[in-house]
Design a protein around this ligand. Structure first.
Ligand SMILES: CC(C)(COP(=O)(O)OP(=O)(O)OC[C@H]1O[C@@H](n2cnc3c(N)ncnc32)[C@H](O)[C@@H]1OP(=O)(O)O)[C@@H](O)C(=O)NCCC(=O)NCCS
Length: 327
């Protein structure tokens, strides 16, 4: 059974509420919600105008289940409550009343507000909005998780032989500082453990292995490893390592014999976005990996991002990942 099938199965056993703030403008979102509902994978909640959603569904011959929950994307009845919430969240920025009113009208922000209130377990957006807009809505509502210093992302990489790896960060933080890279590694370990049910083995990747080269970028990875190690003494982690030393036991044995990973790392932390993004796309295209993500992490509640080119299947899978991360 593929890892994604296992994640879908796990989602169906916990059945959580997933908020969809883009339902009124994207038929794929409605189709995914119908599948989640009819296949008993989650409880979808569509945010948007009921008549617009129904009209879009009718136009595309999609039958909405009678019990499918549809709530307003910007309910006038709760506008005062949302206004106060956003005003408090943004107080350090001195926003104008007009700026806060705009957030109150934005379903991406309403979804984050509902998540924060506990009225949803995960939110899924990004088939219409850009990644930046989804992250901004998440940051200004649920915010950064306690213990994390930055919001980042990881990809679940499922190989044709069934092996599963986590790659990070491939989509959000261009050039992390050492403490941010440490936070990305620990959050990726958490994501890996929740999605795969296995303790992560984390490699901080570099073009150097244990001081074989010296450069500012090598020192940054060494520092990040040392910060992460201080914060988590349980998980197996090592750095800085070249990819082959992290991945091939015989090479690990030769180049880093003391490494606790022993060439069996399954969470790969890239020093910056260039390397992470290039690596996941190469693995996808040359090795035939199935890449699921970007999975946003470091947020206090799962607010999931989609690619604008996503399929209905992708939305269903992303919602199930959000459900499992919220468990
Ligand atoms: C994350 C992102 C949305 C922030 O954009 P922004 O709003 O212009 O960023 P700013 O620098 O003005 O920061 C706004 C606030 O968010 C915070 N912030 C920005 N990025 C953050 C992150 N990754 N984690 C936590 N907080 C972050 C800033 O500290 C700032 O906080 P403040 O309001 O308390 O001062 C932006 O970096 C982005 O779009 N990243 C995604 C990149 C992308 O598109 N990737 C896909 C292709 S690979």
């Amino acid at each position: 059974m593929s890892q994604l099938s296992k994640i879908r199965e796990k989602a169906s056993t916990v059945k959580k509420r997933v908020l969809f703030p883009e339902a009124a403008s994207d038929i794929r979102v409605i189709q995914a919600a119908v599948r989640l509902s009819t296949e008993n994978l989650a409880i979808p909640v569509l945010l948007g105008d009921r008549s617009e959603i129904t009209e879009l569904a009718n136009k595309n011959d999609v039958e909405l289940p009678v019990d499918l929950e549809i709530i307003p994307g910007s309910d006038p009845e709760t506008e005062d409550e949302r206004f106060q919430f956003f005003q408090e969240k943004l107080s350090h920025k001195n926003p104008t009343e007009e700026q806060i009113r705009q957030l109150c009208q934005n379903p991406l922000f309403t979804a984050g507000w509902l998540l924060e209130k506990g009225e949803g377990d995960a939110a899924v957006a990004g088939s219409v909005a850009s990644t930046g807009d989804v992250i901004r809505a998440a940051l200004r509502t649920v915010g950064v998780a306690e213990g994390s210093s930055i919001v980042s992302s990881s990809f679940l990489m499922e190989m044709p032989d069934g092996a599963v790896y986590t790659f990070a960060d491939c989509a959000v933080v261009p050039y992390p500082e050492a403490d941010q890279l440490a936070s990305i590694a620990l959050d990726s370990g958490k994501t890996h453990e929740l999605l795969n049910g296995k303790e992560p083995k984390i490699a901080f990747l570099s073009f150097s292995t244990k001081g074989s080269a010296s450069h500012d970028s090598v020192s940054l990875v060494q520092q990040a490893f040392s910060i992460a190690k201080q914060k988590n003494k349980v998980w197996k982690m090592d750095g800085e390592l070249q990819f082959d030393t992290a991945f091939v036991p015989e090479i690990a044995n030769r180049k880093a014999p003391e490494s606790p990973l022993k060439g069996k790392a399954d969470v790969f932390i890239f020093p910056n976005l260039d390397t992470g993004n290039i690596a996941y796309k190469i693995t996808e295209r040359l090795a035939g990996a199935l890449a699921t993500g970007p999975i946003l992490q470091g947020l206090s509640k799962p607010y999931m991002d989609l690619s604008r080119g996503c399929s209905v299947d992708d939305i269903v899978n992303t919602a199930c990942v959000g459900v499992v991360l919220s468990s």
